[in-house]
Design a protein around this ligand. Structure first.
Ligand SMILES: *Cc1c(COP(=O)(O)O)cnc(C)c1O
Length: 174
């Protein structure tokens, strides 16, 4: 597996400790630089994983360019899109195979649910749903948390527009 140099702290822990126990080898690359990604690809690389906008360093990665490179070599691309959710960035349209979201953040929008989502083709997601993850990792949300998430989604588009407006005002402060 090939991973962006900067990923969310807990993701880094999973990659460096949990996955190592299952024999998953992780190489790191600067995903803002296509040559760095290409150089880090090994014979056994099956997945390239990165954040569309990194937490916390705020670096953007060209999803389409990495997806093209990966697919030429038969490698899958997974993007953590937590910081640039719809209607901002649609990684699947850019060519990624799997998209992840922490729904704890913008998707819930009210700071009162811990949740996540993984999105992709039926072929890729079915083994995750039917296998270990949904059965023993506590990934099934409660009805109440699901209700809170659906409530958040109803105003998400408006909230994202305001987040972007505020962000731009802040970025362009004299
Ligand atoms: C917060 C965050 C996560 C993890 O989210 P939780 O829902 O708090 O577990 C994963 N990836 C990124 C980019 C995040 O910012």
């Amino acid at each position: 597996m090939n991973c962006g140099e900067c990923v969310y702290g807990c993701t880094d822990v999973v990659l460096r400790t949990t996955l190592q126990k299952f024999g998953v080898e992780v190489t790191y690359a600067d995903t803002t630089n296509l040559e760095s990604v290409e150089a880090a690809i090994k014979e056994n690389t099956k997945l390239i994983y990165f954040e569309s906008l990194t937490n916390p360093t705020m670096e953007l990665t060209d999803i389409a360019a990495i997806s093209k490179l990966a697919h030429e070599k038969g490698i899958l691309v997974a993007v953590d899109n937590t910081f640039t959710p719809p209607p901002e960035v649609y990684p699947l349209k850019e060519g990624a195979d799997i998209v992840l979201h922490s729904c704890t953040k913008y998707i819930n929008g009210h700071g009162d649910v811990i949740s996540g989502a993984i999105i992709g083709s039926t072929e890729l997601i079915t083994p995750i749903r039917k296998g270990v993850t949904s059965k023993i990792c506590g990934t099934t949300p409660s009805p109440f948390n699901s209700f809170l998430l659906l409530r958040g989604l109803q105003t998400m588009e408006l909230c994202m527009a305001r987040h972007c407006e505020n962000g731009m005002a802040f970025a362009t402060l004299g």
